[in-house]
Design a protein around this ligand. Structure first.
Ligand code: LFR
Length: 489
């Protein structure tokens, strides 16, 4: 009778889910109640999220949850960096722009002419990505001059949804850290960075840690969904932070790859690593749960395959990957982090082909060859990032935990073991949901403090992949040079 029920709402760039979690005898069981699609909506040259459509799906999922009996708590996580602007009446002032909206083109460089890279890094410890909230807000003001002075609040996507659920406006730390406007060492929004970029400090809500109880769902939500007496608890609202919280690791010497639309490759540290070497490798220090730091790097990820698939009329993913596995692993490679692969577009296959042609390689033509090229390149870049993490921290990494949807790709797991020389441990696939649920469980006293990883280990079946065939030094060197070769665009 005293078993608690928690509901996680997990929004990824390509899909969302609402799931019910219960902990019994130190084990978590997860039931996904509702799954739905997500993606960018192109409007007038910009790119938006269908945030109201997502909200409708969330309400539907909550209604399903309410049918399972009393729900103790609910919390939302999503991708990072994107936000809504609210006016003085708490109304949305614009749609929620997608981080791939080309409005940010050139803006980061402009900002870094005002405050140098080293100063921004010193203050925030965050990697330079053109779509960080900092540059999006500057782009927003350029596009709609005066909008930031009319706005009263910036809310990150999960914070917006928590506001709609509970009526409380806060900024949860793990996601706040991704804005590149937060100073993790001073524990506050960075006044110097806000000032230099012309962003009003008053827009930014108080920051609260993951696991903060925000309060009961509003009467309107209770009525709309049938939830009664449910509290809203902010989990690690950045999806990657939830995923990392659920990495089933023990001991030391491990890294993680949160594999989905992005490949997030990193380790956990006790404090931010803000050094010249970390800056040189453009490593990020995002906030994790319970005071930890996620030292990691964004690698472009399966986005490139997703966008190719869209261009090919959405053929079956499993078939695409099965065909790619049969292509020899000696073919062309790309620098997956080349900016040309960032934006949405049905010409993704042509962009890959152009990259290969311009770097003097064979041009992949079939979907299988193109997917193989992307997977080989992602694995090689992940291995490079692991070497950088070792260099920056002096740690030796021998185990790589692959979590998230990409952990289902057994072939990619084997490739990762081969190129990194690490033992790859795959799973859980639903790490983000699990991390979201367990932070709520911890905050509600359903599990002992600090026991998240023990619960995951007790609850999940994992797969192991050992390195088999090493990649030739020539291929490694060729790949390493691709990233630094200026490629005509
Ligand atoms: C993964 C993720 C990454 C973030 C990117 C953009 O879903 O949250 O961590 O860099 O999306 O928000």
């Amino acid at each position: 009778a005293d078993v608690k029920r928690h509901v996680a709402i997990d929004l990824g760039a390509s899909s969302g889910r609402v799931a019910l979690g219960t902990v019994r005898h130190g084990r978590l069981s997860v039931e996904v109640l509702h799954r739905f699609q997500n993606g960018g909506v192109p409007v007038q040259g910009g790119l938006y999220w269908d945030v109201l459509g997502l909200w409708r799906e969330i309400l539907h999922g909550l209604r399903l949850a309410a049918q399972h009996g009393h729900i103790d708590s609910v919390g939302v996580d999503s991708w990072a960096v994107d936000y809504a602007l609210l006016d003085e009446h708490d109304l949305l002032m614009d749609g929620v722009h997608h981080y791939r909206d080309p409005r940010t083109d050139g803006v980061m460089q402009h900002c870094l002419n005002v405050l140098p890279r080293s100063a921004v890094y010193e203050a925030t410890g965050i990697q330079f990505l053109p779509f960080n909230t900092a540059y999006q807000l500057v782009a927003h003001e350029r596009q709609a001059p005066g909008i930031l002075s009319r706005a009263c609040q910036v809310l990150m996507v999960p914070d917006l949804l928590h506001f709609w659920l509970s009526g409380r406006r806060v900024s949860e730390l793990t996601n706040a850290s991704t804005t590149q406007l937060y100073d993790p060492r001073q524990d506050t929004w960075s006044a110097p960075v806000l000032h230099a970029f012309g962003l009003p400090a008053a827009l930014f809500p108080d920051v609260v840690p993951a696991g903060t109880v925000l309060g009961p769902v509003t009467p309107a939500i209770a009525q709309e969904t049938g939830l009664a007496g449910t509290v809203v608890i902010a989990p690690a609202t950045h999806d990657t932070a939830s995923a990392v919280a659920a990495v089933p690791a023990r001991g030391s010497g491990w890294a993680y790859l949160s594999s989905g639309t992005w490949s997030l490759v990193g380790i956990e540290t006790l404090s931010p690593v803000v050094t010249p070497q970390a800056l040189r490798h453009n490593l990020t220090n995002e906030a994790g749960v319970n005071g930890t730091t996620r030292l990691l790097k964004n690698v472009m990820g399966l986005w490139i395959v997703q966008e190719c698939r869209r261009a090919w009329g959405n053929p079956d993913f499993a078939q695409l990957y099965a065909d790619a596995e049969k292509v020899p692993g000696t073919g062309p490679l790309i620098d997956p982090d080349d900016p040309r692969f960032l934006h949405a577009g049905l010409d993704m296959p042509e962009r890959i082909q152009a990259f290969c042609a311009q770097t003097g390689q064979a041009v992949p033509t079939t979907p299988a060859e193109l997917v193989r090229c992307v997977l080989d390149s992602l694995a090689l870049r992940s291995a490079e990032v692991i070497r950088q993490l070792e260099e920056v921290t002096g740690r030796a990494i021998t185990v790589l935990h692959v979590v998230g949807g990409g952990a289902q790709l057994r072939f990619l797991n084997q490739l990762l073991a081969d190129v990194t020389g690490c033992t790859v441990i795959a799973g859980p696939v639903e790490a983000t949901l699990i991390g979201n649920l367990l932070v709520q469980a911890e905050a509600s006293g359903s599990i002992p403090p600090g026991s998240l990883r023990d619960v995951v280990l007790a609850s999940e079946v994992l797969d192991t992949f050992e390195p088999r065939s090493a990649v030739s030094p020539q291929r490694l060197a060729f790949f390493a040079a691709l990233g630094s070769t200026p490629v005509p665009s």
